[in-house]
Design a protein around this ligand. Sequence first.
Ligand SMILES: NC(=O)c1ccc[n+]([C@@H]2O[C@H](COP(=O)([O-])OP(=O)(O)OC[C@H]3O[C@@H](n4cnc5c(N)ncnc54)[C@H](O)[C@@H]3O)[C@@H](O)[C@H]2O)c1
Length: 383
Amino acid sequence: MARKISVGVLGIGTVAELFYLEAIVKHGDRAELTALCDVVPGRAQAAAKKWGARAAFTDLGEMLASTDVEAVLVLTKHSQHYDHARQVLEAGRHLGIEKPIAATFDQATEIVELAEARGLKLAAAPAMAFEPVARRAEALIRDGAIGRVAAMRTHMTANPADRETEWQRIGPNLARIDTPPTDQTWMYQAGEGGPLFDLTPYQLIPPTRLMGPIKRVGAFTGIAVPERVSGSGPTKGQRFATTAPDNAVMLLDWGEDRFGMVYSGYLPANFRGPHTEYYGDAGVLAVNGGTGVDNIELYRTVTGGRGSRWESVGEPNDGWDVVDRAGAITHLVDCIADDAEVQLSARQALHILEVIDLVNESSARGQFLPTTTTFELPGALPA
Ligand SMILES: NC(=O)c1ccc[n+]([C@@H]2O[C@H](COP(=O)([O-])OP(=O)(O)OC[C@H]3O[C@@H](n4cnc5c(N)ncnc54)[C@H](O)[C@@H]3O)[C@@H](O)[C@H]2O)c1
C-alpha cells in the first residue's frame, strides 16, 4: 500500500471547518491529518479531537519543529500568508495555500520563487480547475463548441461577514457549520481583504486557463458601502467600516482582439443571469448559477436563418464536492505521493495576483496597464 502523506493545517477558522478538515479526513487513503495549529488557545485542540488529528499547537514554529508533517496547509488571514508560507517552505515542507498566495504581488513572487528554488511543491487555491461545471465548460470550449473565444464576461458577489444570509442565498450545500467561529470583518479591510482578493481569483482562473495570460488591465474600484453591520459570528450586530474596495469593474485585454469584463463586489446580494459567459465566433457558452446549482447552456450561431436556440449541456451540478473544493491540499497530497506536477499552478495564481494589483493601480491612475508575468499550464487535468 502507498505511504500516507502527513499533513499539518495552520489556521482553524471558517474555511478549515467549512471544508478542508473534512476533505483531508475523506482523503484518508493517502493523507493523514497529523497536526493542527491555531493561535487561539483551545481552537486547534477542539478541532483535533473532532477530526481525529494526533497533535495540536498554538505556534507554527512548534508544529514544524516537533512533527514530521510533509505538507502544510495555510488558512490564515491574507496579510499573514507571506510570513506563514515562508516559514513552511524554509522548514522544507510542501505548501498548500488559500488565495491569495500573499497580500502583495512582490511577496507572492518571493514565495513562488522560494518554493521553486527549494524543489518544494506549492498548490494554490482556489481549486477552480477541478470544479465540475468549470471543467465541463473548459472541455466544451477546447473542443470548439463556440469557435474561437473573442470575449468573456463574469460577475461574482459575496458578503463574508453575513454568512448566515449568504447560506440562505446559496442553499444547503455550503451550510456545513451554523456560524463562522471567527470575526470575518477583516475581509473588508484595506491590505487584507475585499472582493479582489476574495472573489476575483475564482473568476479569473477559468478564463485564463482557456485564453492564457492577460496582457492589459483597466479598472474602476471603489467603496460602495462604507459602513456595514456584521451579520454572523462573534461580531454579529456590530457596526464596522469598509476600508478595502468593495466594488470593482475591470476590463481585460488578452491580446489578439480578445477581451473580458469582470465585476467583483461585496454587493449586490444576488444576480439574475449566468455568472459567466464566453462569446465565440460560433456561439455563446453560459455558465449559470452562483447559487450552489450550476449548469451550462450553449447557443450555437446559425448563419442565414432560423435554428439557433439555447440548449442545456449535461447535468446540473448541485454541489461542488468538498474534496474537490479543498483541492489545494488533496491534490497536493496526491502530487507528493506520485511525484507529479501540481495542476493548481502557483505561476497562474501569481499572474492573477499581478492582475489584481494592476486593477487597483489602474483605477488610481486612470490608465490601462500592461502585465509582466506569464504562465504555462502543466498539461491535462487528472481525470
Ligand atoms: N471564509 C470562507 O468562506 C473562505 C472560503 C474560501 C477561501 N477562504 C480563504 O481561506 C483563508 C482563511 O479564511 P477564513 O475565512 O477561514 O479566516 P478566519 O479568520 O475564519 O480563520 C483564520 C484562522 O487563523 C487563525 N490564526 C490567526 N493567526 C494565526 C497564527 N499566527 N497562527 C495560527 N493560527 C492563526 C485564527 O485564529 C483563525 O482561527 C483566506 O485565505 C480566505 O480567503 C475563505
